[in-house]
Design a protein around this ligand. Structure first.
Ligand code: SAH
Length: 240
């Protein structure tokens, strides 16, 4: 079923305007058709009642339950120096099923917090758009930026994605019954030795995903995808 973002809600009526209305026209949605509409963290099953060039009026039939598949994956993504790469990461880890993304500042990452803060709205829009497209149960949460030194291994399983040494293979991890998993991914230049040691001392388990050196965005996408795939049946992730 097609999913859209509502602009307002008045009583039981949800209204779609602006750019989102163009998507309604592009998808040739017709009056009388059922839709899923997202508004203020809630998802509704609706019926399109009226469509004009100015707006679409939809009647809410019922609120849909927003349960997320386990495990809840938090991605601590060191912010790429090429800031635009973060748009790709937000979109792709949304699709493959991360629950929350925390833009993380490390020695070799993009450092400027005010600039990162300015990008937050954009990343939230990218996350919403991926949520619409892939039909995940709820949008990827984008948390406020944090510093790598502040990370704690406080999930059921805490992983440090690293391309050095003889780290564990994801297949060797016991993912049965886990509710929360965290993954830390370095920026383009990787972690410094001190950062890698600090995270290991804190209890993050180093994992090597692949024999090759991956780009940061590839590692994030593959890491989240593998954890989702190894720990949940495929049908409980994105549904078409
Ligand atoms: N410049 C670094 C590579 C950094 S790649 C170097 O020359 O070694 C960016 C990040 O992607 C890394 O810090 C790590 O978190 C992740 N990564 C890259 N390849 C990986 C692999 N094979 N397994 C796990 N993580 C990997």
């Amino acid at each position: 079923m097609d999913r859209f973002i509502a602009t307002k809600k008045i009583g039981n009526t949800l209204i779609i305007e602006g750019e989102e209305l163009q998507h309604i026209f592009a998808k040739r949605v017709k009056v009388g058709q059922e839709l899923e509409l997202f508004f203020e963290d809630k998802l509704y099953l609706c019926l399109l009642e009226k469509l004009t060039p100015k707006n679409a009026l939809c009647i809410a039939i019922k609120e849909l339950e927003l349960t997320a598949p386990l495990p809840f994956i938090t991605l601590y993504q060191c912010v790429p120096v090429e800031l635009k790469t973060m748009d790709f990461i937000v979109e792709k880890v949304s699709e493959v099923g991360a629950f929350r993304l925390v833009p993380t500042l490390s020695r070799r990452s993009f450092q400027d917090i005010p600039t990162i803060n300015k990008r937050m709205e954009r990343w939230k829009r990218v996350a919403l758009s991926a949520f619409k497209q892939c039909k995940r149960p709820r949008p990827l949460e984008i948390a406020p930026p944090t510093k790598l030194e502040e990370l704690r291994a406080d999930h059921d399983l805490n992983l440090l994605l690293d391309n050095f040494g003889r780290e564990k293979n994801p297949k060797d991890l016991n993912l049965k019954g886990l509710k929360t998993v965290s993954l830390v991914v370095g920026p383009e230049g990787g972690f410094t030795r001190q950062e890698s040691e600090l995270l290991r001392e804190r209890g993050f388990i180093p994992v090597k995903l692949y024999p090759y050196i991956l780009r940061s965005e590839t590692a994030a996408l593959l890491g989240v995808g593998l954890i989702m795939n190894l720990s949940t049946p495929p049908q409980s992730t994105c549904q078409q």
